[in-house]
Design a protein around this ligand. Structure first.
Ligand code: CDP
Length: 229
C-alpha cells in the first residue's frame, strides 16, 4: 500500500531541516530520509577512490553512482561521519548538479516515500519525512505537507561552525560563511532541480524561531492536514 503521509522539507544548508525532521519523526512515528546524505555519500566515495574532484569525469561519476546504489554501498557511506567534512562540503554541490545522478537518486527517494522503512524499534512507520532541496518541487510534488526552512546566512554559518568545532574540526567563521554562500548559490542556480520553495510550501525562518517554536509551527500544520493513526 502506498504511503500517503509524506512531509517534504526543503531549504538551504544549515537552516535546521535535520533538527526539525528528527523532532517530527520522533513525535509522529515517521521515518526520515536526509537526501543530502545520499549526495554526500556519492561524493565521499569518489574522494576516497581518488577521483579528480576538480575536473570530474561525468561518465565515471555516473558509473560510480550506479555501482554504489546497486550494491547498496551508498547506505554504508551515508553513515560515515566523513560525509560532513569540509572536503565533502566543497565538492558535494558539483556532484549533485549532475542530472543522471539526480535521476538515479530520484527513484530511491520516491520508493522511500511510498514505503517508508520501519522505525528503529522495528515497528511500522506511520509516514515519511524527506528533506533536501527539491523534495516539494520534483521528488514529491503531491506531498500534502511541505515546508521550506530557512535562516539568515550568518545564523546558519554560526551553527555549522559550532558543529565543526564540536566534532574537533578546525574552521573559521569567515570560511564557513563563504562555503555556505557558495553552496547555496550553486544549489539555487543549477539547471536540474534547483533548490526552490514550492508554491504550496510553508516558509519557516529559524533565525526568528528556536527549535521548539519551529516544531510547534510545523506540528500545527501537520495536525490540520494529515490523519495519523
Ligand atoms: O547539511 P546541509 O544542510 O549543509 O546540506 P545537505 O542537506 O547535507 O546537502 C548537501 C548538498 O547536497 C547540498 O548543498 C546540495 O548540493 C545537495 N543536495 C541536493 O542537491 N538535493 C537534495 N535533495 C539534497 C542535497
Amino acid at each position: 500500500m502506498s504511503n500517503k503521509n509524506i512531509i517534504a522539507i526543503d531549504g538551504p544548508a544549515g537552516a535546521g531541516k535535520g533538527t526539525l525532521t528528527k523532532k517530527l519523526c520522533d513525535y509522529y512515528g515517521f521515518t526520515g530520509l536526509d537526501t543530502g546524505s545520499l549526495y554526500r555519500a556519492i561524493t565521499l566515495y569518489m574522494i576516497e577512490k581518488n577521483y579528480d574532484m576538480d575536473s570530474l569525469d561525468i561518465t565515471k561519476a555516473i558509473n560510480a553512482t550506479k555501482f554504489i546504489s546497486d550494491n547498496h554501498e551508498i547506505l554504508e557511506y551515508a553513515k560515515n561521519p566523513k560525509i560532513r567534512s569540509q572536503l565533502t562540503n566543497k565538492y558535494v554541490a558539483s556532484v549533485a548538479k549532475i542530472p543522471e545522478i539526480r535521476q538515479i537518486m530520484k527513484q530511491y527517494q520516491i520508493e522511500f516515500g511510498n514505503n517508508p522503512p520501519n522505525l528503529p524499534d522495528g515497528s511500522k512507520a506511520k509516514g515519511a519525512i524527506i528533506e533536501g532541496r527539491d523534495i516539494g518541487t520534483v521528488i514529491c510534488p503531491n506531498a500534502p505537507v511541505k515546508f521550506f526552512i530557512t535562516a539568515k546566512p550568518e545564523t546558519r554559518a554560526s551553527r555549522r561552525l559550532k558543529e565543526y568545532l564540536d566534532q574537533g574540526e578546525s574552521a573559521s567563521y569567515q570560511e564557513v560563511l563563504a562555503s555556505i554562500i557558495a553552496r547555496d548559490e550553486a544549489d539555487r542556480t543549477r539547471a536540474t532541480s534547483p533548490m526552490k520553495q514550492a508554491e504550496d510550501a510553508i516558509l519557516i525562518d529559524t533565525s526568528e524561531n528556536n527549535k521548539e517554536a519551529t516544531f510547534e509551527i510545523a506540528k500545527k500544520i501537520i495536525d490540520e492536514r494529515l490523519t495519523i493513526i
